[in-house]
Write a protein that binds this ligand. Structure first.
Ligand code: ZN
Length: 405
């Protein structure tokens, strides 16, 4: 997998953000390990030690089984890293910097700092990862076959008789498993849904044919979403049929993929549409301001229900003291709504996030997406200049004849 345009300048110097740690730097790329890797690592080692290897080698000692499982788990992450490095090196070849690679729950992500300018570059960057996984699969399998050259491994395994695997030593066993898991990795990543590698390859091809990157992204992210739904549906069917862990896993991956497809498309449309504009261009400048002394009930009846505004600056003597939002009020118990004033129900100024009028409009979108579309105030020198909420940006884009996500 690889991701583009996610990193912000200035965020690159961070060495630790609390849930991931920096391992080492290679080709000028920082390799990080997200804490969630522990879950998948434990799952892999456990399923190898407790299931697969134990059933292939009933005669092995516990130390041999778990030692081989542990080695395989580590080698698996090394091959994930090789996959991401492969994307990264090709990307750097086209002068697109890659500040870091993060290994996390669902695999690895190379943070490619911007979108490639030509479909050919996108194609080569995207295909490099799965090709590396295929290469690793080939080398591991060939090595395992070579080490077991006196056995008819390929012949017996191809007819489904796994008992022959019991004659493999620890290293050959590990290589054999790594070969098949890397083949799976290559195939999985080649699913043609954006932003999977296969989706990027698919997008690059459509982009090259039509010359329309946005349309190509729409097609590729739709395939990604449909595939995510398909995975979730097959997971639910699996659960109903009593298949436990594998089904839960496919529901999780499906959910992750469909979300990622939608988010990536939204991001790209916004980035393209809003490039060159600042927040002052897209913000709402007609808005109501409310007084802190106003009872909440009066506010709900006379303001909240009568306007499409979702965030209101709260003032005392025309001085900004905080803000109150629709989602905030909706979370208040009914009995509180009857007695509180706005001053008591609002978020105080100190605890709020603001936008700067001169900041780029793209940043506003990133911030809105991160805060699940909660509207925000635009402030300069303590004075509210406007509001930014998602629907305003959709309206602005419609006016400028841009496709709204
Ligand atoms: Zn990849």
């Amino acid at each position: 997998m690889n991701t583009q345009g996610k990193n912000k300048p200035g965020a690159q110097s961070r060495t630790d953000d609390g849930h991931s740690l920096s391992l080492f730097t290679v080709f000028g790329i920082e390799v990080r390990l997200d804490i969630s890797v522990i879950i998948i690592f434990a799952l892999i080692v456990f399923s190898l030690g407790n299931g697969i290897y134990a059933s292939w080698h009933p005669e092995w000692t516990l130390t041999m089984v778990w030692g081989t499982a542990l080695f395989s788990g580590i080698a698996f992450f090394a091959s994930l890293l090789a996959h991401e490095l492969s994307h990264s090196v090709v990307s750097q070849h086209f002068n697109i910097p890659v500040p870091r690679i993060t290994l996390f729950l669902f695999g690895g992500v190379a943070e490619i700092s911007r979108e490639p300018e030509r479909p050919k570059h996108e194609f080569l960057i995207a295909i490099a990862g799965p090709l590396m996984s295929l290469l690793i699969a080939f080398v591991c399998t060939e090595l395992a076959l070579y080490m077991a050259s006196d056995m008819d491994l390929a012949g017996t395994v191809s007819v489904g008789d796994l008992s022959v695997l019991s004659d493999l030593g620890p290293l050959a066993t590990s290589l054999f498993w790594l070969g098949s898991i890397n083949l799976l990795l290559a195939l999985f990543n080649m699913i043609p849904g954006f932003p999977m590698d296969g989706g990027r390859v698919f997008r690059a091809i459509i982009w090259a044919i039509t010359g329309d990157k946005l349309k190509a992204t729409l097609w590729a992210s739709n395939v990604g979403r449909y595939f995510g739904w398909f995975l979730m549906a097959s997971g639910v069917i699996g659960l109903l049929q009593g298949q436990g862990l594998g089904s839960l896993w496919s529901i999780m991956i499906g959910w992750f993929l469909s979300n990622l497809a939608t988010m990536s498309y939204k991001q790209l449309v916004m980035d393209q549409a809003l490039g060159g504009f600042n927040i002052a261009d897209v913000m709402r400048t007609h808005f109501e301001t409310v007084d802190a002394a106003m009872p909440l009930t009066e506010f709900v009846d006379n303001y909240l229900l009568r306007s499409s505004q979702r965030l209101w600056p709260v003032t005392v003597d025309n001085r900004l003291v905080g803000a109150v939002s629709l989602s905030q009020i909706s979370q208040l118990p009914a009995k509180n709504r009857a007695v509180l004033t706005l001053g008591e129900a609002m978020s105080p100024l100190e605890s709020m996030n603001f936008l700067e009028p001169k900041a780029s409009a793209k940043n506003a979108i990133d911030t809105l997406l991160k805060s699940s579309d909660e509207p925000m105030l635009v402030i300069r020198d303590g004075e509210v200049l406007g509001l930014v909420q998602h629907s305003d940006i959709v309206k602005w884009m419609a006016l400028h004849r841009m496709p709204a996500p």
